[in-house]
Design a protein around this ligand. Sequence first.
Ligand code: NAP
Ligand code: ZN
Length: 347
Amino acid sequence: MLTVHAYAATAATNPLGPTTIERRELGPHDVLIEIKFCGICHSDIHHARSEWGSANYPVVPGHEIAGIVTQVGSKVTRHAVGDRVGVGCLVDSCGECANCRKGEEQHCLKGSTLTYGGIGKDGQLTQGGYSTHIVVTEDFVLKIPEGIGLDAAAPLLCAGITTYAPLRHWGAGPGKKVAVVGLGGLGHMAVKLAHAMGADVTVLSQSLNKKEDGLRLGADHYHATKDPETFKKLAGSFDLIVNTVSAKIDLDAYLSLLALDGALVNVGAPAEPLSVNVFSLLMPRRSFAGSLIGGIRQTQEMLNFCARHHIGADIEVIPASKINEAYERVLASDVRYRFVIDTATLK
Ligand code: NAP
Ligand code: ZN
């Protein structure tokens, strides 16, 4: 067992604080990673605060992990000491079911193992990346290509793949009009990725406060959703809308912005149910769908795509002592555009 420094929530209403946790002994297929940076995803907040149902405490959040391999098990072939690597939301799956065989490990029929809040190979609660080291089976460790800094790469492991996957699945590209709702961690990645794929990109944000940033990130158009004129002006105009909002929104209003056969894809994961008037879907043959992170193969494809297009996240690197403050700023939509913890400050 390896005892490592970490930051944990001990109850839904407690701020996170410093602690130590145990990492399992390295098995033959395991990789020990010295974590250098870990992004703060809004899901960390939902989970640490038990917004999605009661969590098992202590919770060490963090599933946007970037670091360096420092040790490998005897049978590891995919990674070597010194490699720049990443770990996202998954650390294991059965590997045998139909969905795993398709490379959709996030939909493993036996239940994939989440990076935190799951049950690991050793039967213990998994603990995430707000820590100095992690042990992960080699198949769930991604390679971070040269050319992307580890700090800017960390958020790609969740925010990157969560937006890349639906953009690919619903065919974002030249000639397609894509709207991104919410310019936070996921939203800013969706803008960069959709732009790099060649789509015409619109940001739908609550206000125009971040308009300059949105255009710099690659958006062609930017509108405020608090202005009712926006919904009139843009009615029937998009092929794909990716909703990244962490709270409940009026789905019918957003569905009205879709063109024939358009799809509204929810990646935001608010705890409250969302309701839809079925007539919003009947006319004109619109779809409402969801999408959950992405499989390991596609995550590597996304990282390689980002390297080719010189894409990393726009980040604010913080010491561990600022994690609770960062949570408040995320909740106030005051993030530009991902907080990333420098794990050297955990020691
Ligand atoms: P974030 O950085 O907080 O971004 C969310 C953005 O939504 C905010 O920046 C804000 O953008 C907008 N927003 C927030 N509250 C709003 C409200 N009440 N009404 C309208 N707009 C609002 O969060 P994130 O890390 O990108 O995560 C977003 C959501 O995706 C979370 O629910 C998270 O759990 C979920 N998630 C899902 C997956 C998946 O696999 N599906 C993966 C990761 C995260 P503006 O200021 O521009 O309006
Ligand atoms: Zn996440």
